[in-house]
Design a binder for this molecule. Structure first.
Ligand code: PMP
Length: 361
């Protein structure tokens, strides 16, 4: 079988070593004669899995003790509702930075709960797609919090600056960038991320919330998404997605074995540099995002002649390079290169791109 590299934006590829471990212990997990999927979430064996996963995540991201880590369900989209429902209290407004597709989707959902102050940071610089730097964001004093999305999975844009907004409560949707580079958790009130990109399988959503923000949830909001209820019940108020939790725990162990988040950041930078330089050094491909705002996780690119798109996709699949079709709202191609993508995968992609350009340019 040709070696396959999967560039899907999510659900995305997982580390091979992790999948091999899952396979090896699937039918007889820890000598119990059953799989981890089939035991109670309240068993001592599963509680150990849950606690170890949380501790490993805390170690990886250096999460301070006054933050709770919640293992939720509903995906990041459930958090688009949970954030206002948990944080507004009596406030009527929150600041929402609009930098792309997912930030905009969060605004649409927030409108059910409040009147968001929408701050559009999309701009162009030197003819390139750009986002205003944080010191130009016009925040409002009536806002309960400021929400933004540091990595736009579809637009392929990113804000790598860390927020520095004093006492304001900063909320970040890190679905497509969590664990890819170091973060100063203290700068955030809430961080959330769907698992299916850089954490584990779909079905799990991580929330990291500062303790003093708990306890303000709107009364009629579902308890399963009430941060305080989840925190008081160690994320087991209802049955958690146990298999996704277990597998994410294996990914955390794998990340530690790779040298942790600082090592991942270096690895991710090297992959992104290789891919962007291949695009920039060619007249055949282009990426329209200003360098400062280029995502290191999701790299959209277009062929100058879009009539060749279909051939590019057919040939790339035949070469073992999967899921390169761009999102329907932007078209073209997109390579998602999360932590689990090895450098060899990006090398295989850039070799293919150069060869394709030579043959069709
Ligand atoms: N935010 C971002 C940045 C995303 O990339 C996605 C999914 N691609 C979502 C939110 C929505 O996540 P989910 O499908 O888990 O609700």
């Amino acid at each position: 079988m040709t070696q396959v590299f999967n560039f899907s934006s999510g659900p995305a590829m997982l580390p091979k070593a992790v999948l091999e471990q899952v396979q090896a212990e699937l039918l007889d997990w820890q000598g119990l004669g059953t799989s981890v999927m089939e035991i109670s979430h309240r068993s001592k064996e599963f509680i150990a899995v849950a606690e170890t996963a949380e501790q490993d995540l805390r170690d990886l991201l250096a999460i301070p003790a006054h933050y709770k880590v919640l293992f939720c369900q509903g995906g990041a989209r459930a958090q688009f509702a949970a954030i206002p429902a948990n944080l507004l209290g009596s406030a009527k407004h929150a600041d929402y930075i609009d930098g792309g597709y997912w930030a905009h989707s969060a605004i649409n959902e927030a409108q059910k709960f409040c009147t968001p102050n929408v701050i559009d940071i999309k701009t162009t610089e030197n003819g390139k797609v750009a986002l205003l730097p944080m010191n130009q964001w016009q925040l409002n004093d009536n806002a309960a919090y400021v929400h933004y999305c540091p990595n736009e999975t579809i637009d392929g844009t990113a804000i790598d600056e860390e927020p520095d907004f004093g006492d304001r409560v900063v909320v970040a949707d890190l679905s497509s960038t969590i664990l890819s580079r170091p973060l100063d958790i203290n700068r955030y009130g809430v961080i959330y991320a769907g698992a299916q990109k850089n954490i584990g399988p779909a079905g799990l959503t991580l929330v990291i919330v500062r303790e003093d923000l708990l306890g303000k949830t709107l009364q009629q909001f579902p308890s399963v998404l009430d941060f305080k209820t989840l925190a008081d019940n160690d994320s087991m108020f209802n049955t958690p997605p146990t298999f996704a939790w277990y597998l994410s725990g294996l990914v955390f162990k794998w990340l530690k074995a790779q040298g942790g988040i600082a090592a991942m950041a270096k690895h991710n930078q090297a992959k992104a540099d290789l891919l962007y330089s291949t695009i920039d050094n060619s007249d055949f491909y282009r990426n329209t995002v200003l360098e400062r705002n280029r995502s290191k996780m999701n790299v959209p690119f277009q062929l100058t002649d879009d009539k060749l798109d279909k051939l590019f996709l057919d040939e790339s699949v035949a070469a073992g390079l999967h899921a390169l079709k761009g999102h329907r709202v932007v078209g073209g191609m997109r390579a998602s290169i999360y932590n689990a993508m090895p450098l060899e995968g990006v090398q295989a992609l850039t070799n293919f791109m150069q060869d394709f350009a030579k043959r069709h340019g």
